[in-house]
Design a protein around this ligand. Structure first.
Ligand code: SF4
Length: 203
């Protein structure tokens, strides 16, 4: 159950037992089920959500109310350029970094965080690139998810990548449920968000 050290024993009672040891005994006796440990289920769901995030063909970034990066995929880091990629490599990611120092289009994130708008689309022209930015409020005014596409990518590549990601979502129906669980949203809402990644024009 992922509890190897004393520190792993949170004793939060989320499973309905007073502590992790009582739960472990019940589990061994066949009186409890592994899905009852909230902390372990959350950890597994986060791992699966993280894998899904990394497979996305577009840049994806989660940003909090202070414009601090919560998580990104590698594709997003590419948008920051060579220097940001080197910093990310050195630090093992960009979690905690100030978005204003990473990308020039941070003002759109600030605007959506301020408004709490559910979904917003922006066309951005910078460094001779045409970018499409979709920002989705995960927790209005608190946490947003930005999806960035380079519109200069060939149409054919987009089709191929979209097909691949459709397959990933299909094969990960359970992950969708779990992401929904983490985000506190319904699975259908979460699936529609993921489908927006495949087809940004579909809302
Ligand atoms: S939910 Fe998990 S972490 Fe919390 S007391 Fe039960 S077994 Fe321990």
């Amino acid at each position: 159950m992922g509890k190897r050290t004393k520190a792993d024993e949170l004793n939060c009672s989320g499973c309905g037992y007073d502590n992790c040891r009582e739960y472990a005994v019940a589990l061994l006796d066949g009186k409890a089920e592994r899905e009852m440990c909230i902390s372990q289920m959350r950890k597994e769901a986060q791992n699966q959500a993280s894998v899904l995030l990394r497979k996305m063909p577009y840049g994806v970034v989660l940003v909090d109310e202070n414009l601090r990066i919560v998580d990104t995929n590698a594709k997003f880091i590419d948008f920051g350029g060579e220097e940001i990629t080197m910093i990310s490599d050195a630090l093992g990611g960009l979690a905690g970094a100030d978005l204003r120092k990473i990308v020039s289009f941070h003002k759109y994130f600030a605007a959506v965080l301020a408004s709490g708008e559910e979904t917003s689309e922006f066309d951005i022209r910078e460094d001779k690139r045409n970018l499409k930015l979709s920002i989705i409020s995960i927790r209005p005014n608190k946490l947003v998810c930005g999806i960035i596409q380079n519109m200069d990518d060939s149409h054919l590549m987009k089709e191929i990548i979209s097909e691949k990601i459709r397959e990933v979502i299909k094969q990960n129906a359970e992950s969708v449920q779990r992401i929904a669980y983490i985000l506190g949203e319904s699975a259908s809402f979460t699936e529609s968000v993921l489908n927006t990644v495949i087809d940004p024009d579909k809302k």
